[in-house]
Write a protein that binds this ligand. Structure first.
Ligand SMILES: [Zn+2]
Length: 117
């Protein structure tokens, strides 16, 4: 019934068309995501994907969602992404200030030396 070929429609799954993309797992357990999947989900290098195991034993993969709260204070507004971490702008400024002070850089610190708002 099913012919497993790259990108070929092979039947239905839950009433919708099913297309199979086959990949070979390498010796470290890695696979390459199909180009069509990366394009459709806008998955770029460095982004996360999530593997979900459901109660029925089926595995699913989906694009990871960025963290929705600041890593440091937990607030959920005014967020930015830095090196894969989610920070609010207030904590980012504090962190930047502390880094500048630790590294003895005066380029980021105001003339007063006060912690930025
Ligand atoms: Zn914060």
């Amino acid at each position: 019934m099913k012919e497993l070929r790259e990108g070929k429609v092979v039947g239905t799954l839950g009433g919708s068309r099913e297309i199979v993309y086959r990949r070979v797992v390498d010796e470290k357990g890695r696979v390459t995501l199909p180009t069509e999947m990366r394009q459709q989900l806008e998955i770029r290098a460095g982004e996360e994907v999530e593997f979900l195991l459901r109660e029925d034993g089926q595995w699913y993969i989906r694009k990871g969602f960025p963290q929705r709260a600041c890593t440091f204070c937990g607030c959920e507004v005014d967020l930015i992404q830095v090196w894969g971490q989610t920070l609010c702008r207030r904590c980012a400024k504090k962190y930047l200030y502390l880094l500048a002070r630790e590294l003895e850089l005066d380029i980021f610190v105001g003339k007063s030396g006060n912690l930025p708002d």
